[in-house]
Design a protein around this ligand. Structure first.
Ligand code: FE2
Length: 212
């Protein structure tokens, strides 16, 4: 758990992160656990660049969100649907047919239920880490990006995205969306309507998207 020592947090916050990481280590598969810690480690790198280091609360919220963002992956698809239906979660009918997105959309509920987390910003980060939303907060952008490019991720172009993330997080966000859209269309999969909405929002004058 060396990664906890140099987090920009007070001791009480570090202790909570430690206990959370210990719990996850014994309950998650090794792959999911390493991805989770990879996401936290990458977010640490980005948070030092993009979040004021005096804002310990924001750093803390981000690290808790990173540790718990994929908690929903520990549940089977049918189980997630059952939780969504039984608890009347506001999930659209077509989203129930998108297993890769469902762990996020139900994840916030599961984290609140099983870890007693009430912080709305942590829960929102977890809920939207797979789809995102327009004009994301900096913490949510960092989780969204770290999840896609952390050290255990290995796909063509990931190194370029890593470099970009350290230079310009907004440009990196645009590139991550571009990759997602191209991938979904190439694979003949359903494009979530929010993804095109977010892409248009990003391109709508906010960012000069790279053509390379
Ligand atoms: Fe993830």
């Amino acid at each position: 758990m060396d990664f906890i020592d140099d987090l920009n947090l007070c001791n009480e916050q570090k202790n909570y992160i430690f206990s959370l990481a210990e719990k996850l280590k014994t309950s998650m598969s090794p792959e999911l656990y390493y991805h989770t810690i990879g996401t936290l480690n990458y977010s640490k790198k980005l948070s030092l660049l993009y979040i004021d280091d005096r804002n310990k609360k924001a750093h803390y919220r981000l690290y808790v969100s990173c540790l718990l963002h994929d908690y929903g992956r520990m549940f089977g698809y049918e189980e997630l649907i059952e939780v969504a239906r039984n608890n009347h979660l506001k999930i659209r009918e077509f989203e129930l047919k998108l297993p890769p997105l469902l762990h996020g959309l139900v994840g916030d509920f599961l984290v609140a239920r099983d870890f007693g987390i009430q912080d709305k910003r942590i829960l929102k980060a977890i809920k939207y880490h797979t789809i995102g939303y327009c004009n994301m907060s900096i913490e949510d952008k960092i989780l969204f990006i770290s999840d896609k490019i952390e050290e255990t991720r290995d796909y063509e172009g990931v190194e370029r995205l890593r470099k970009l993330s350290l230079k310009d997080i907004n440009l990196c966000l645009a590139e991550v969306y571009k990759n997602t859209i191209i991938y979904v269309i190439k694979e003949n999969k359903l494009l979530h309507p929010d993804t095109s909405k977010i892409w248009n929002n990003i391109c709508g004058g906010v960012i000069n998207v790279s053509k390379k």
